[in-house]
Ligand binder design. Sequence first.
Ligand SMILES: *Cc1c(COP(=O)(O)O)cnc(C)c1O
Length: 462
Amino acid sequence: MRYISTRGAAPALGFAEAMMAGLARDGGLYVPEAMPAMTAADIAALAGLPYEEVAFRVMRPFLGGAFADDDIRALIAAAYAGFGHPARAPLVQIAPGHFLCELFHGPTLAFKDFAMQLIGRLIAAQLARSGRRITIVGATSGDTGSAAIEAFRGLPGVDVFILFPQGRVSDVQRRQMTTPAEPNVHALAIEGDFDAAQARVKDMFNDHAFRDAMGLAAVNSINWARVLAQTVYYFAAAVALGAPHRAVSFTVPTGNFGDIYAGHVARAMGLPVARLVIATNQNDILHRALSTGLYATEAVRPSISPSMDIQISSNFERALFDALGRDGAAVAALMDELKRTGRFAIPPGALQALRAGFASGRASEAETRATIARTWAEAGELLCPHTAVGVHVAGAHAGPTPMVTLATAHPAKFPDAVEAATGIRPALPARMAGLFDRPERVTRVPDNLAAIQSLIRERTGR
Ligand SMILES: *Cc1c(COP(=O)(O)O)cnc(C)c1O
């Protein structure tokens, strides 16, 4: 299995190299050269298996022998052993034909743990073989950073630098990043929004001398290994609801397009997915792009679902690559236009392909709050605001096909929004006790590439 860049001008890599590289050297994102297929019989055989075995069977064809089967099984088992639910991604029904897939039972209470707990172990295994040192650099709107720090804290051979927008993450998210005491953890509060943080990370990767000197690696949602780990719960959920004999739809609260792109991959592998619905908050660039054909960035408007407060949706490039018939030069030209002008028109053929693959909708702040209140009143479930965006949008796509809305974070990760809507302050699970007692460690940085680079050089001593 080889991985190629969406911009067509970087060398093809194997799984381990693509995972360690993150972003391709031409600025593109790695995708498999060809999508491995699961037959209806392969999918039917997943019924009743433990989540870990489903993960092994879904991911194995993508690894191309990069890890021995016994090793990958052990890494998967270790990755999910710390989750607070034996089903790992349990389904909960909230209305006739409407289910939540709860993805928040990992150590940092958001779906990012599914990928990050695994990729941390895969990277550590790879480093142990090669004796290399790496520097993980990531931007976060809150949940990626906490999940990355949780996955890499104390690992030998790795320094982790996470840039988060100062003042724009929840207290729980910030504390999950700033309280780990391990010296390889570096939480950086940038004076800017998430898009600024993400842009500086991209700049660092595009500075090849810096990238090589630091051994930069990315674990943002652009990392292929993360997308791959996320395809697994689409299979697990759909099979539990009757796939492959019955199709299932998914609504996905979306920011950087990573989680929903994983659904696209599951479908491309053969999972019968009827509808894949993009749910955005008031930062609705993806919904506008699909509706109008114009992908045009605006200023980020902070919302009560901050992990989706994004205007440049990195993984959308992967969907665009497929929609453009895998024409890397065409993707590169559009991305260049985006960088120069902040917008591009999706070519008509590609727009048609995207609309065939994805539906979309948005939830305003008021709709998000009302959905939290209504779901609590009607179904007795507390939703985090991101999940509520999904549940609101899913409402417009009800039909005979079962709908699964991905519940992307635990309500206690965003207690203020939940309390404002329901009057109930959701409690942190017992295993998180102590988070508010530990001292914080954070460095404030300007939105300035050179300043951030010199800090990283100083901290790593390289
Ligand atoms: C990251 C995140 C999202 C958005 O996921 P993408 O893969 O960026 O689309 C939604 N909800 C929560 C809680 C998140 O942490």
